[in-house]
Design a protein around this ligand. Structure first.
Ligand code: URA
Length: 434
């Protein structure tokens, strides 16, 4: 079998056999497929798609490219959540500690930024010293001891996905249904979660723009989870406008801390409430997601969620004084406000453009090896449906280069669209697939 023939077959819109997919992933994981061939293959998959059988085979090939963790020795039931990627999506930083505080252990392997969407690891690394490179032994020990882990995918877990993910980020091959489904589910299955809640985003700032596409993606992932014996539920959530206010690494960590203190933006809090409630329900801690919401609200009100977040930071060697005094986070050199140029109802805040701008500011990567700037980003203070007067605060730019301030202002003004007529707020969720 030759790698080039597998690329050609997919380029020519043919279905790959399981042997071909397994061979490709096996060779790729061993380092025998150069980046240019893997990128060409990923582009062929993006353009021509995969059948559900191909997607499931790809997922399991990536799972089998490395170690598969069994969490049963560490905890009875471990839940995990995963988002398909969005702008301002710092949900993990709130829901994982809250769920753990409610007595359900959470062991999560997170990713880095991908395209215009942010990544949990990049965000958590804004906390000086915080380790995202725990090995399997450390992962299991911490899960058992404090019931909460938030680390990077170890090189041993689904290594084929780790390599492909980094390539996709910089080759325009992220928004592919089979590549997203297999990437997410291979990590979740290999990391040993017994139950999985998927936060499938849809809209302008999501990899799936329409509800129909998001639903298909959610259904594929739920099916893969079930085939692998992992009970999986998918929530379809909105990503037309940024989630919450903050977009950018340390800005998002600060917003997550505020939310854990009960002082976060309302849309973000309500989003977290729903995701965490589904995790608790799926993990058997509540009879229904509705009743679990009360537990979540309580863990925020009594500070136990925040305390769990502190424990996580301490366990992973981060400087917890940053959590206790968020003003310590490094600030950008230029912090400038953007004011409403006119009066009216906001009818659009294009999340994708906001995400792309934050990457340009340095919060994400344009090349695989780029470092991220933890201090830069954007604060988007309004939501679709809000009424603003001329001169009201729309956004705040946090930039480290002066020339980016004017540029960002122009983009942000273009990103906010206004209407004289009243505009309905956008719903947070569109449905649940289980
Ligand atoms: N999140 C992942 O882990 N993989 C993707 O491909 C997209 C989002």
């Amino acid at each position: 079998m030759r790698i080039v023939d597998i690329i050609i077959k997919k380029r020519d819109k043919q279905e790959l056999s399981s042997e071909e997919i397994n061979f490709f992933i096996d060779e790729f994981a061993k380092g025998n497929v150069p980046d240019y061939q893997a990128s060409a293959w990923a582009m062929a998959v993006l353009l021509n798609g995969m059948t559900p059988r191909e997607t499931t085979t790809l997922t399991m090939a990536m799972v089998n490219s490395g170690e598969i963790i069994d969490l049963s020795d560490a905890v009875e039931i471990a839940v995990d959540k995963h988002s398909t990627g969005g702008v301002g999506d710092k949900t993990t930083l709130v829901v994982e500690p809250v769920v753990a505080a409610c007595g359900l252990p959470v062991g999560k392997m997170s990713g880095r930024g991908l395209g215009f969407s942010g990544g949990t690891l990049d965000k958590m690394e804004s906390v000086p010293g915080f380790r995202t490179d725990l090995d399997t032994e450390e992962f299991l020990k911490q899960l058992n001891e404090i019931g909460l882990v938030l680390t990077g995918q170890t090189g041993d877990l689904a290594p084929a996905d780790g390599k492909l993910y980094a390539l996709r980020d910089v080759t325009g091959t992220v928004p592919s249904m089979p590549l997203i489904a297999s990437s997410i589910m291979s990590k979740k299955i290999a990391a040993g979660a017994h139950r999985i809640v998927l936060d499938v985003k849809l809209g302008l700032g999501a990899f799936m723009e329409t509800e129909e596409e998001a639903r298909v993606l959610a259904e594929i992932m739920v099916k893969i989870g079930d085939l692998a014996g992992r009970k999986t539920v998918a929530l379809l959530s909105d990503m037309n406008q940024p989630l919450g206010v903050a977009v950018g690494n340390s800005l998002e960590v600060i917003e997550a801390i505020d939310t854990l203190k009960g002082k976060g933006p309302e849309d973000f809090y309500l989003h977290c409430l729903e995701v965490a409630a589904h995790m608790l329900h799926l993990g058997g801690k509540a009879d229904s997601p509705k009743s679990a919401e009360k537990m979540v609200a309580q863990a925020i009100q009594d500070g136990s969620g925040l305390e769990m977040f502190r424990k996580l930071v301490i366990a992973q060697e981060g400087d917890v004084s940053y959590i206790d005094n968020p003003e310590k986070f490094l600030k950008a050199n230029f912090i400038e406000e953007v004011l409403a140029p006119e009066e009216g109802y906001i009818k659009e805040i294009n999340a994708r453009k906001v995400g792309e701008l934050s990457v340009e500011l340095g919060a994400g990567r344009t090349k695989k090896t780029d470092p991220v700037d933890h201090a830069v980003g954007l604060m988007i203070h309004r939501n679709v449906g809000d009424y603003v007067k001329k001169g009201d605060l729309l956004a705040t730019i946090h930039a480290n280069q002066e020339e980016m301030v004017k540029y960002s202002r122009e983009i942000l003004l273009d990103t906010h669209k206004f209407s004289d007529a009243e505009v309905e707020p956008i719903p947070l969720f569109y449905g649940v697939i289980d």
